[in-house]
Design a protein around this ligand. Structure first.
Ligand code: BDR
Ligand code: CA
Length: 308
C-alpha cells in the first residue's frame, strides 16, 4: 500500500490521475492539493473537488495552494485543456468546498506527522512544493518518495525546449531539483509513449458513467500539441502509475538542472546522464505501454463498477 499526496492542476490528465489514484487498491489518497497551472487556481480546485466526488473520493481533503508562480505572471494552458480545464467533461457540482488552510501547510503537516510513509506526487507546476521546501527543508527526508510528471530529457511541448509544468514556474522547479533529494522525474519524452489509442478509448466505453462522463469527453477535447490522430497522451496518470506499479518504468540516474534565464530555453530540464555527474534525479527513460494500459484500464474498470 502506498499513501500519497497528489499536488495537481486539473487539467484533463490530472483528473484522470485522480481517478486512477482513487481506484487503485494499493493507493491511498491522503490528500489532494491544488496549484494554478493548466487553468487558474479557482478552477483547478473546483475541478479537483468535482473529480474526487465523482470517483468516490469525496472524503479526501482538497486543499488549495498557490495562485501564481514564484516570480512570473501566471500563464495557463486553457487552450489545451478547455476553458473549464476538464475538456468536454461536465461533472456535477460537489456538495463540499475546499478544506480550510493552505496546501503548503497541508503538505508540511501531513508529512511531519508520518515521516518516511507518504509519497508526494506532483503533476502541475512546482510552486507549492518549492514553497513547502522553503518552509520545511526536512521534507526531503520525510517523504517516502517524490515523483513528478514534468520536464523532459528530450524536447518540450510549450516550445522546443520546455515542458509545460517546468515552463510555468521554472524558479520553483529549480528550487525543487536543487533541494537535496532524489526527484523521480517522469518526463514528457516518456509519457508521450503511452497514448490513449482508439483501442484504449474503445475499452473506456465499457466503463459506464466513468467513461461516458469523465474519461472520454475529457480526452476528446484534449488539444495537446502532440495529440496525433486522436490519440492523446495521459501524462499525469504516468506519475501515479509509477507509484502503484513501479516496474512499468525504467529509470536512469541523472543530474537535472532547470534553465531559468534562457531567452529561448526557460523551463528546460537540462538532463545530464553522464556517469561523472552527481545525480539529483532518477529519470524515467523507458515505459512499457502495454503494461501501463493494462494497469490503468483494470483500475478504471474496477472503479467504474464501484461508482456505477
Ligand atoms: C503537463 O502539462 C499539463 O498541461 C498537463 O496536465 C501535464 O501535467 C504535460 O506537459
Ligand atoms: Ca498537470
Amino acid at each position: 500500500m502506498a499513501t500519497i499526496i497528489l499536488d495537481c492542476d486539473p487539467g484533463i490528465d490530472d483528473a484522470l490521475a485522480i481517478a486512477f489514484a482513487a481506484g487503485h487498491p494499493e493507493i491511498e489518497l491522503a490528500g489532494i492539493t491544488t496549484v494554478a497551472g493548466n487553468v487558474g487556481l479557482d478552477k483547478t480546485t473546483a475541478n479537483a473537488l468535482a473529480v474526487a466526488s465523482f470517483v468516490g473520493a469525496g472524503a479526501v481533503p482538497v486543499t488549495a495552494g498557490c495562485a501564481a508562480p514564484l516570480l512570473r505572471p501566471a500563464r495557463d494552458a486553457g487552450r489545451v485543456h478547455g476553458e473549464s480545464g476538464l475538456g468536454g467533461a461536465v461533472l456535477p457540482k460537489p456538495a463540499r468546498e475546499a478544506a480550510d488552510g493552505h496546501a503548503i501547510d497541508f503538505i508540511v503537516d501531513t508529512l511531519a506527522a508520518a515521516p518516511g510513509e507518504i509519497t508526494l506526487v506532483a503533476t502541475g507546476p512546482l510552486t507549492n512544493i518549492a514553497l513547502a521546501l522553503r518552509r520545511e527543508p526536512r521534507l526531503v527526508r520525510w517523504v517516502r518518495d517524490f515523483v513528478i510528471m514534468g520536464g523532459s530529457a528530450g524536447r518540450g511541448n510549450v516550445n522546443h525546449a520546455a515542458e509545460f509544468n517546468m515552463w510555468a514556474d521554472p524558479e520553483a522547479a529549480s528550487v525543487v531539483f536543487g533541494a537535496g533529494w532524489t526527484v523521480r522525474m517522469i518526463g514528457l519524452d516518456v509519457t508521450l509513449r503511452a497514448r490513449a489509442t482508439a483501442a484504449v478509448q474503445e475499452q473506456m466505453r465499457e466503463f459506464g458513467a466513468l467513461g461516458a462522463e469523465l474519461l472520454l469527453p475529457a480526452l476528446a477535447q484534449y488539444a495537446d500539441a502532440h495529440n496525433v490522430a486522436g490519440e492523446p497522451p495521459v501524462h499525469d496518470v504516468c506519475a501515479v502509475v509509477s507509484v502503484a506499479t513501479p516496474a512499468v518504468f525504467t529509470y536512469t540516474p541523472a543530474l537535472v538542472q532547470v534553465e531559468t534565464t534562457g531567452r529561448l530555453t526557460s523551463g528546460m530540464t537540462v538532463t545530464d546522464f553522464s556517469p561523472s555527474v552527481i545525480p539529483n534525479a532518477a529519470v524515467a527513460t523507458e515505459i512499457d505501454p502495454d503494461r501501463f494500459w493494462e494497469v490503468v484500464l483494470r483500475t478504471y474498470g474496477a472503479l467504474a463498477a464501484d461508482i456505477g
